[in-house]
Design a protein around this ligand. Structure first.
Ligand code: ADP
Ligand code: ZN
Ligand code: ZN
Length: 735
């Protein structure tokens, strides 16, 4: 049908398509793509976004409903962002309405107007202006306000605070009709006279070379491959400075975990211009304000976690993804996008440079450098007197351990503490012990909903499942044989903390994991305490690995390095190597040299040996060679179909059907491989049985050509209604 204005609208719906609506002429001129509209959907009215304007529909006009209301006079999302969302929805096989929803702050998703950042200040009324400075002598506070405003004309509430003037005083004057509050939209930031509020550090030669290599006026990807503490952040800061100087904006993505006050204050300390931070701790209104400041160009620098990749920029100039290897850039449920990979797409479309930075780059990015798609910029030293730490392994295969600690390790710790230094112990397992078992009959406390053991949390005296919400009290006796001899097996951070307190009673032990940092500010309090400089022992999980700068830590101990060596997930060794290298990087960041002691049952394993004797670079070369042999990503492109159901059979059958459909569309060949359906590594989780089917292709476009029609077929299959299923493109977590 033709001859009518039709809007193709993205609405929040699990269906992977747009919906057509009529544009009633009485609503005025046609809205542009990127505007929100209120439309009838089923029995409800929902907020949708105009994606296309057209004059024809596949449906008969009489079937189409009219738009109810237009919510924006100007597009909320500029064209490039709309295109990016469309692209991402197509690439990740996700419903466009939901993808666009991810791109908008919650407030705007709900249909509210864009909040305006307003500036409120006080000024004298004409009556107030007429008073002599000596008036109000009997109310000194009020007189002070009067004199202040006579001198400076206006002042914000914040400006009165240091003068000790409260809102009550201001209100009293307002009531007397002497002063009034005025509120105006915040002005667009004009170029500050002085962009920087501190002098940049003089770069050392490798940093300077890296900075010079980055071309600011066209698209290119740079991998800033710099060891921990080598000064990557300084390179970011100076690249951002260049970009802001010519009136453009910089968007910096960082992992949630490294969004510490330490990181932020480095950006805020450097620049006078407005730095907006977008993270999950903001209120809806704060988030919308920050988002809008980026969109209008009011904010020059935007720092955020994963979803900030969708922040529209008025004048984009530079994208940075710090710790680009970090898993948190890939969303693991719903819209399974990778913010790092979208940054590449976004930078290329906006024709701006992208810097991916890491001390432990992902194999994907290293592969892209080898293929000469990215330029690798290497920082291999630490500035000043700081040096890379020395490594030492302790083979614990035949050792007697005191609750996880070898004698060598205890002695080394004692020595460092005696010399007034700090020690960091890394154990990536929270709780007291990972297993509770009966000494008499061998019973083990398992989660009844998951194929997993329950972790003992002694502090709260409960057993917790780390894979679902299940928890229970710690039993007094074995439920099978009623013996009271229940024992905790293995080490968690809680237990290790106890052991350390017993071994080193004269030193404080500070535990850092999800359980001790739940309170707001708790993490910062610990960081402050450590950086107070007194000798102490830090024990913690991967929360300690990233972003922190502890100049007094001279010894890092890795209690058990073997976790990733024999996992079902082909990415596990890569993640293990990254984590170990990142933790090790906390040693020796100040003036004193650092040591890393790594305990392992497999010191002679080639992967462990290459990490310890060489470095992450040779380790990652070895892994890349293995992936090449096994024809795994990044040498192949992968899609993972997952299905789970209370009835495992249904999940397997659904994937069997998926495989049949897929093989009809794209038969297996040397270029296309199918594996599965197979039970997932953790077959049962949260009461459901999980299966998966992986599809790998040599060519990315091939995989895309398959996945789009396949997703639609599966969406329409009645088998799909009985299971919970999902498509994961470039999956990161295979368990
Ligand atoms: P990375 O981001 O690579 O981990 P940082 O940027 O945090 O490294 O730098 C580590 C430390 O070295 C910081 O304290 C930083 O101030 C300092 N630093 C960085 N570059 C220089 C430089 N050119 N001269 C002196 N100190 C530097
Ligand atoms: Zn028993
Ligand atoms: Zn569970």
């Amino acid at each position: 049908m033709t001859d009518s204005a039709i809007l193709r609208v993205a609405v929040p719906s699990p269906l992977r398509r747009l919906f057509d609506y009529l544009w009633p002429a009485d609503l005025g001129p046609l809205p542009a793509p990127g505007c929100r509209v209120l439309v009838p959907f089923g029995r409800r009215k929902v907020v949708g976004m105009v994606v296309e304007v057209t004059d024809h529909s596949d449906f008969h006009l009489s079937k189409l409903k009219p738009v109810t209301q237009l919510l924006d006079s100007q597009p909320l999302l500029p064209e490039p962002m709309l295109q990016l969302c469309k692209w991402a929805a197509g690439y990740y096989q996700h419903p466009i309405g939901d993808a666009l929803g991810t791109a908008l702050p919650a407030l705007l998703r709900k249909g509210e107007a864009v909040p305006e950042q307003r500036h409120t200040y006080w000024q004298l009324t004409p009556h107030g202006k007429g008073l002599p400075a000596s008036a109000l002598a009997r109310a000194p506070r009020q007189q002070q306000v009067l004199q202040h405003l006579q001198r400076y004309r206006t002042a914000s509430r914040a400006a009165f605070q240091p003068l000790g003037i409260t809102l009550t005083v201001l209100k009293q004057l307002e009531q007397k009709g002497l002063i009034e509050a005025v509120s105006t939209p915040l002005l667009q930031s004009s170029d500050p006279v002085e962009l920087l509020s501190e002098t940049p550090l003089p770069l050392y030669p490798q940093q300077q070379q890296a900075l010079d290599a980055i071309e600011l006026h066209n698209f290119h990807c740079y991998l800033l491959d710099g060891e921990t503490g080598s000064g990557k952040t300084e390179v970011y800061l100076q690249a951002i400075e260049k970009v802001v100087r010519y009136g453009r904006q910089a968007l910096v993505l960082i992992p949630e975990i490294s969004l510490t006050p330490q990181t932020l204050s480095r950006f805020q300390a450097r620049f006078n211009c407005s730095v907006v931070v977008l993270h999950s701790g903001l209120t809806d209104r704060e988030r919308a304000l920050g988002w809008n400041a980026a969109r209008t160009g009011q904010a020059a620098i935007i720092i955020g976690t994963r979803s900030a990749i969708f922040t529209p920029l008025h004048k984009p100039g530079l994208l940075i993804v710090d710790e680009e290897h970090d898993n948190s850039f890939k969303q693991q449920d719903g819209f399974r996008y990778s913010a790092r990979d979208l940054a590449v797409i976004r930078a290329s479309r906006e024709e701006i440079p992208l810097i991916l930075g890491s001390a432990t780059p992902s194999l994907e990015s290293l592969h892209n450098c080898q293929q000469q798609r990215y330029t690798r910029l290497i920082l291999s030293q630490r500035p000043g007197s700081a040096q890379q730490p020395r490594w030492q392994t302790v083979n614990i295969r035949q050792h007697r351990l005191s609750a996880g600690y070898s004698r060598e390790l205890i002695e080394a710790m004692q020595q460092q503490l005696n010399e007034g230094n700090q020690v960091l112990v890394f154990l990536n397992r929270r709780g007291f012990a990972p297993t509770l078992s009966c000494h008499q009959c061998g019973w083990i406390a398992n989660c009844y909903r998951c194929e997993a053991r329950l972790t003992v949390h002694r502090h709260i005296n409960r057993l917790l499942c780390h894979h679902c919400e299940y928890q229970q009290a710690v039993p007094n006796s074995c439920p099978d044989c009623h013996s009271a001899q229940l024992q905790c097996i293995g080490q968690g951070t809680e237990r290790s903390e106890e052991i350390l307190e017993a071994l080193f009673p004269q030193y404080p032990v500070i535990r850092v994991d999800r359980d001790t940092t739940r309170r707001k500010q708790a993490m910062q309090a610990m960081v402050d305490r450590v950086n107070g400089g007194e000798p102490c022992i830090l024990i913690g999980t991967q929360m300690l690995a990233k972003g922190h700068h502890f100049p007094n830590v001279t010894l890092v101990a890795i209690l058990d390095a073997d976790g990733g060596l024999f996992s079902a997930d082909f990415r596990a060794p890569e993640k293990m190597g990254q984590l170990i290298t990142q933790v090790a990087g906390r040693a020796g960041r100040g003036d004193k040299p650092g040591t890393v002691i790594l305990q392992s049952h497999h010191c002679d394993h080639p992967l462990i040996a290459s990490l310890v004797q060489q470095d992450y670079r040779s380790f990652s070369d070895m892994l890349l060679a293995e992936r090449h042999l096994a024809q795994l990503p990044p040498f192949r492109h992968m899609a993972l179909l997952r299905a789970e159901a209370a009835d495992g059979q249904a999940a397997a059958e659904f994937l069997q059907y998926a495989r049949q459909c897929a093989e009809q569309l794209l038969p297996a060949s040397p270029d296309t491989g199918y594996l599965g359906p197979l039970p997932a590594a953790m077959e049962k989780r949260n009461g459901r049985f999980r299966h998966q089917l992986s599809i790998t292709c040599r060519e990315r476009p091939r995989l895309q050509q398959l996945m789009s029609p396949l997703s639609v077929m599966l969406e329409q299959s009645p088998l799909g209604a009985k299971v919970r299923w999902s498509v994961d493109i470039d999956p990161q977590d295979m368990t």
